[in-house]
Design a protein around this ligand. Structure first.
Ligand SMILES: [Zn+2]
Length: 349
């Protein structure tokens, strides 16, 4: 059967906006609307709403202000122009029964050719799923896994670890010895290649064959010293915040802060990913002697690499960012951070 040529308005009448948005957002019905977590900004409570009845189907996010119809959703999410969005919807959601008439409607606006950092980020994630993580027996941290349960006790909802590629390994033992359950964090080099995985023991400490005990154990043995742990926010803001550990990075990410964990690679700015280049860099290491020494070292190395950095500390001496999150809660920490980072305010957070 030959595909029938119809125009964009006709495709809009035949395809529900719920199908298009529901493919990337988990939607739940609330009154006339369907609500879910916005795919255009990071959040923990749903501010993204879809109304399939209004104006032939619209979406709107109260968090970031994005909104429109199913075509603008595809344009925004897939970074394509209007004709490509219509073609995509027709092909995907009418099983190829319909194709668009060419140039039925002029493209209302062509998105400027910005680097697609979201796509870069999405391209990174499959590496974890299918490459080394699988070889080490890592699983996705389902919401009821011990990894998710541990992170929840640290104030971090499962969504953030998921989008950051965090995994759960029931038996983590890269250095030999007895495997123990671990939450596993991926580390990337500046080209975006997965270079290491680091597991944090969820049951006491790892016991190494030589008798040493460690809380963290990387896929390459010991504590890894290369690559950084990234949160997707790092690709989306004009600044980055460097912290020491992955849990601290996640703690800031849940507050909208684009955090990157250097995890001991503090004196090696060449490992900073491309996502950090040309951005304002803040260092926010732990407020202890080690953190201060690391900060000084990093600031010097960043300056030598031509990158200006600013130092800022957690609001209280002796506690790290995750302690802040657990102690004060997400909303209070978010407000405190917005006072420190003008960019957070400027970007509507
Ligand atoms: Zn939004």
């Amino acid at each position: 059967m030959e595909a029938q040529r119809i125009d964009a308005d006709e495709i809009k009448r035949r395809v529900s906006i719920l199908a298009v948005t529901g493919e990337v957002v988990e939607l739940r019905k609330q009154g006339h609307e369907w609500k879910g977590l916005c795919p255009f900004h990071q959040e923990t409570t749903p501010s993204f709403g879809v109304n399939p009845e209004k104006d032939g189907g619209v979406y709107h996010c109260f968090g970031c202000g994005k909104g429109g119809d199913l075509f603008s959703f595809v344009q925004e999410y897939r970074r394509v122009d209007f004709p490509a969005a219509v073609e995509y919807v027709a092909e995907r959601y009418t099983s190829g029964h319909f194709v668009t008439r060419e140039a039925t409607r002029p493209a209302p606006r062509t998105p400027e050719p910005a680097p697609d950092l979201r796509a870069q980020w999405r391209a990174l994630l499959p590496l974890i799923d299918h490459d080394r993580a699988a070889a080490f027996g890592c699983l996705t941290p389902e919401t009821d896994s011990p990894a998710a349960a541990y992170l929840r006790t640290r104030g971090i909802s499962p969504m953030f670890p998921l989008v950051s590629g965090v995994k759960y390994a029931p038996r983590w033992c890269p250095a030999g010895g007895v495997g123990k359950p671990a939450v596993v964090f991926p580390f990337w080099n500046r080209q975006g290649c997965l270079v290491n995985l680091e597991g944090r023991c969820l049951d006491g400490l790892f016991l190494l064959p030589d008798g040493r005990k460690e809380r963290y154990l990387s896929a390459r043995g010991g504590r890894k010293k290369e690559g950084v742990f990234l949160t997707p926010e790092a690709f989306r803001q004009p600044f980055v915040v460097l912290v020491e550990g992955a849990v601290n990075a996640l703690s800031l990410a849940v507050c909208g802060v684009p955090a990157v964990a250097t995890c001991g690679a503090s004196n090696r700015p060449e490992w900073l990913p491309q996502a950090c280049r040309g951005k304002v860099v803040y260092t926010a290491f732990d407020p202890d002697a080690g953190g201060e020494a690391g900060t000084v070292e990093l600031a010097r190395a960043l300056a030598a690499a031509g990158i200006r950095s600013e130092w800022f500390k957690p609001p209280e001496d002796g506690i790290d960012w995750n302690d802040c999150l657990v102690t004060y809660g997400q909303n209070a920490l978010r407000r405190a951070l917005a006072d420190v980072f003008p960019h957070l305010r400027a970007f509507g957070r």
